[in-house]
Design a protein around this ligand. Sequence first.
Ligand code: MRU
Length: 359
Amino acid sequence: MKKNSHLQTIEWKNNKIRIIDQTRLPKGLVYLDIDNLRDLWLAIRELKVRGAPALGAAAALGVYLGSKNLKTKSREVFNKELFRIADYLASSRPTARNLFWGIERMCGVAEKFKGRSVEEIKRLLFKEAQAVIKEDKVTCRKIGLWGARLIKDNSTVLTICNAGILATIDYGTALGVLYRCKEEGKRLKVYACETRPLLQGARLTTWELQNKGIDVTLICDNMAASLMQQGKIDLVITGADRIAVNGDTANKIGTLGLAILCRYHKIPFYIAAPSSTFDLSIKSGRGILIEQRKPEEVTSLFSKITIAPKGVRVFNPAFDVTPNNLISAIITEKGIIRPSFRANIRKIISSVQRRAYSG
Ligand code: MRU
């Protein structure tokens, strides 16, 4: 791929949802056109499209995709079907708040414009899904702007998983901060944790950063402690899948370990996330549902090479929860939230979250 060419993770194109198939990276940049809900559900489940904000957009476009071909002229029947579609999409992955937020936005439109015809509501749903995409582009750039204030020239940054272009529409949250630093002329060195078992760090983050011309070094997850001990890391920055009202943050499995290491080595640990990742209905991380994934992801390499004996018991949570007291700051599009999170999150993140749908 040409360096610095513009990538868009997900969009509505030719009456279909077009995604970059992230399971094909870094070998090939392959686009996938999705024209039915079942394929979208599978694409989400199989991480062809992944990352919290991208899942929000997938859910919003998915609600439109599912509803656009409904034949009924009755708004009552239409709404019933819409909620069935919402439930189906909501069952794809449980942890990322944005997926539910995307669904809620769409259901909120159906609720708000109850009196409109089916044809009109379909048009409004399309508009809303496009707005989700457009807003993400702006939101991520604002996160980048705020976050860059925290990073000095010549810093060495460590990250996990992929919170970049591929996890959003076209810029990223944690990686968006790094892109902004580069735009400002700051020199950065980045260490990317490979992110076992599905290797989002090795496959996606390094690919993205290389493409953006950022100095990136890949490490196995278990090498982070040693790097910190040698004084080679100035800060850690990651994305988030769901943030409770007290700041406890669910993100890719391994994030908690990094936050604990940061505390021990006195290194700042930052989370970068849009306000759509906050779940003000959840008091603490204990209320966050963590996705458990299939054993084969751990016992084999992409179901191809077996690396563990048949029948071995496996623990495979996709995410962990970092308690608020290990987080130095949460970077959002509305500003930088610092401790005490319980008070400050409510000040910055609006408590008015539409809940026309509650899956
Ligand atoms: O399982 P994934 O790849 O969807 O997990 C993604 C992450 O954990 C990201 O860090 C998170 O969604 C933030 S993306 C901006």
